[in-house]
Ligand binder design. Sequence first.
Ligand SMILES: CC(C)(COP(=O)(O)OP(=O)(O)OC[C@H]1O[C@@H](n2cnc3c(N)ncnc32)[C@H](O)[C@@H]1OP(=O)(O)O)[C@@H](O)C(=O)NCCC(=O)NCCS
Length: 169
Amino acid sequence: MLIRPTLERDIQWLPDIERSAAQAFASWPALAWLAHGDVLDFDAHRAFVAAGGSWVAEHAAGHSVGFACARLEGQVMHLHEISVCQKAQGQGVGGRLLQRVIDEARQAGVGELTLTTFVDVPWNAPFYARFGFAVIDEGLLGVRLREILANERAQGLEGRCAMHLCFNR
Ligand SMILES: CC(C)(COP(=O)(O)OP(=O)(O)OC[C@H]1O[C@@H](n2cnc3c(N)ncnc32)[C@H](O)[C@@H]1OP(=O)(O)O)[C@@H](O)C(=O)NCCC(=O)NCCS
């Protein structure tokens, strides 16, 4: 399994990977509707790739089974999405992708890596916590993360939290 920057030719596969990844939610009744939710379109992926904020997990056979995309926002890197196709989940691919994003954030010299996720879904907040991410108390949320969570709530996503991993600089 190779984790590498996403190339233009990979983009065609990424929406299908995200759709397949979302099937994980089909077994979670309150969130089952997410299994058929919207995914990032080609233009959104192109923008992440152009900014150097997209990585794929390439299977030995030469096809991608997962991706992560993140953006720099001042002194912060924000993980926008991480998805591993359903068949490849639970085998450490997501962990390797997440570790790559953490390494990239550290190398970029940012103060923290942030994300928003579901508090109670086992492959969401608990997964990130194992990599050192901590939930940010609501009272300590800055405008940026507060807006992201409000937008998510407006789309029907409840039970979300913001997490961050801080780097010593
Ligand atoms: C989140 C995601 C990228 C992780 O990818 P992955 O390849 O499965 O990740 P890993 O195999 O490295 O680790 C997944 C962890 O979740 C746990 N997990 C997965 N499904 C689980 C379940 N149904 N119940 C309990 N734990 C579960 C695994 O046990 C594993 O824990 P570990 O770190 O102790 O081994 C993948 O599950 C996914 O694409 N999910 C759908 C999209 C999504 O939720 N993205 C995150 C948005 S915030």
